[in-house]
Design a protein around this ligand. Structure first.
Ligand code: TXA
Ligand code: MG
Length: 329
């Protein structure tokens, strides 16, 4: 067990100091447009090991390397024409590409869990961008939460999970997208490894083809899964989550979507609406914060669970439904 650190929350004025911290092998949480990440120097195996330790993350689950631009990404991974097309259209932005490593890829084997591929993205956030530029190399960053918890969309969420375990949190306010990046495996047939903040439809349009689906989840299988992080129960609140609710039981809290009221909602323990106007972007941005808040209220009030109204499956709805299903396991 490592000794407790003092976790400082700083603002954008301290980015140079945050970059120095990364160079010294420290752990720095920072905002991206999707969720807050917990960053470490990708080339420093000790720093990378610190991420796994701070999060309690299984070390077979590889990390995403974050870089400032496509040029930096090409030092790390080999881009074929499809990958290049996706990077040119969608970076910076909420898209992660899984690609073959270059011969002299600086990302440590621990961060890629020994795979020959590496996941890379160029985040679209001024603090992330400035930090990556100031640091100069690749920064591996999983979502800045305890492994298995809901991803953080504010600096306060990061502190709630990782206080005393990391050195610094750069506070950039609430994130814009609210769900993690979409992950595409650039294999012979491009594959959607994780639905996320960039809708599948936009990617398929650029590729001119449908994205393949990953094979069924191997769960605890020991063979190397294609998307090792997609374990069934991953975004779990502590309270039971009931999906596709068409009513609210007397002892439930409600996660609503859209303008309609459900039978029983006036006696719900608490009601939070992802988007009263049925806007999927607004719903994605609110999802993790509302799950955290309802979980806390439900635990405090002794509520039996959280009822969740149906959310459409298209566009960002694919990622929202994916995270809700995992929360309900
Ligand atoms: O939006 C995001 O992607 C956020 C922000 C911080 O950038 N990061 C994030 O990281 O969600 P994390 O560690 O929570 O999820 C990374 C996912 C995991 O499911 C992991 O298994 C997968 O990426 N992954 C990483 N490297 C991979 C590889 N070489 N092949 C397949 N999957 C990989
Ligand atoms: Mg995560």
């Amino acid at each position: 067990m490592q000794t407790a650190l003092t976790t400082r929350i700083v603002d954008a004025a301290a980015i140079a100091e945050a970059a120095d911290g990364l160079r010294a092998g420290r752990l720095v949480a920072f905002p991206t447009e999707t969720v807050y990440g917990l960053g470490a120097d990708a080339a420093n195996p000790r720093a990378v090991a610190g991420i796994y330790e701070a999060k309690g993350r299984p070390s077979f689950n590889p990390l995403i390397a974050h870089v400032a631009d496509l040029e930096a990404a090409r030092q790390i991974a080999k881009f074929d024409s499809r990958a290049l097309a996706l990077a040119e259209v969608f970076w910076p932005g909420p898209l992660t590409l899984v690609l073959p490593k270059t011969a002299n890829c600086p990302v440590s084997d621990l961060a890629t869990a020994g795979l020959d591929t590496v996941a890379i993205r160029v985040p679209d956030h001024p603090i992330a961008h400035t930090l990556l530029k100031a640091f100069g190399g690749a920064v591996v960053a999983p979502s800045a939460n305890i492994s298995g918890h809901v991803s953080p969309t504010t600096a306060a969420h990061v502190k709630a999970d990782l206080d005393g375990r990391i050195d610094m949190i750069v506070d950039g306010g609430p994130v814009e997208v609210g769900v993690e990046s979409t992950i595409v495996g650039c294999f012979d047939r491009p594959m959607l490894l994780r639905p996320g903040g960039l809708p599948r439809e936009a990617i398929e349009q650029v590729l001119g083809m449908a994205l393949a689906r990953p094979p069924e989840e191997p769960e605890s299988d020991s063979s190397q899964p294609l998307a090792p992080g997609m374990l069934a129960s991953h975004y779990a609140p502590r309270t039971r989550v009931r999906l596709m609710a068409v009513d609210v039981k007397p002892d439930e809290a409600l996660l609503a979507f859209g303008p309609a009221a459900l039978p029983g909602s006036d006696h719900a323990k608490a009601v939070m609406n992802l988007s009263e106007t049925s806007d999927l972007g607004e719903a994605a941005a609110n999802l993790f914060g509302y799950l955290r808040a309802l979980d806390a209220i439900a635990l405090e009030s002794g509520a039996a669970g959280i009822a969740v109204m149906p959310v459409p499956a298209h566009g960002l709805g694919e990622a929202i439904n994916d995270r809700l299903r995992r929360a309900a396991v």
